[in-house]
Design a protein around this ligand. Sequence first.
Ligand SMILES: NC(=O)c1ccc[n+]([C@@H]2O[C@H](COP(=O)([O-])OP(=O)(O)OC[C@H]3O[C@@H](n4cnc5c(N)ncnc54)[C@H](O)[C@@H]3O)[C@@H](O)[C@H]2O)c1
Length: 297
Amino acid sequence: MKKADRKTDTFEQIFAGVYGYNRPYIPMKADLNQRVAIITGGAGMIGGAVAELLAASGARIVLWDINDERGAAEEQKIIESGGEAKYYPVDIADRAGMAAAVSQVVADFGCIDILFANAGVNTGNRQPVTEFDSDLFDQNIDVNLSGGTVFLTRQVLPHMMARGGGSIIFTSSVCGVTGLRLQCGFVASKFAICALTRSLALEYARYNIRVNTLAPGSLPQPYGKLNFLWDTCDFENYDQNFTNPASIVYDIPARRPAYPTEMAGLVLYFASDDASYTTGQVVCVDGGWTAGFSGDY
Ligand SMILES: NC(=O)c1ccc[n+]([C@@H]2O[C@H](COP(=O)([O-])OP(=O)(O)OC[C@H]3O[C@@H](n4cnc5c(N)ncnc54)[C@H](O)[C@@H]3O)[C@@H](O)[C@H]2O)c1
């Protein structure tokens, strides 16, 4: 496609057919028949793509989110594709609400086999640590780590143990394995999620419960818009990004952002019995971003 043809408004149109995006492919399948999967942030990009892929493999999908409109739309989309899904309005910042929702899911579905604890926030004022708003720092830790990961996992584990096993998958980030300036709250929460992955894997492997983590690269922010990291990207002269160290694309060997469907295959694998001996792992799906340095020193 010529560059001129790419001068369009939406991210998907800009990248359609170039740099590996939108290549036709047949998505993976696994045997998740009747497995019950809770997906937090299920109305979002990654959660939605994962929900659709797991549903296509037979899982019964429980969508949790605070965006009721998009949650209901995702539920509808899965049902229309022949899958099973139910949306619950659940805020991962609300401990009592999460505990009640876990009980409700067990009452509605009978069990929990898969937990994809994926929802997260990135709050902060983009400042170095001395200037970083303390309340916002705490919010990252409280929502992403203490609530959405630790508290929720503690609620779900007894149900998985009663069931004889399960698969827990967290969402971290590339900046849960490498540092990033000006986002210390988010980075600290995502690093801790990777640490927990290993500790919980050690604690629960004997109960046939596996714990693994997806660490995504950068995805275009919802819905058709780019997130602020992509402000540095030159879309008119895209190839200029490859030689401009100020552009985010310069640092990403794949030379493009990630797409939600590219996250989903790894989560399906972690959720499936194909991964029955895989636990305690953090896998970056990042176009090579964390593989090494970008410059030719
Ligand atoms: N988008 C990226 O570039 C990127 C990169 C690395 C990691 N991540 C992580 O991936 C995860 C999913 O994000 P995404 O990329 O799909 O973004 P997204 O904004 O499309 O989805 C996030 C979803 O979480 C929901 N949510 C937010 N706060 C919530 C709360 N308190 N309770 C329940 N739901 C809540 C939102 O309504 C949204 O539907 C997040 O943990 C995020 O930190 C994203």
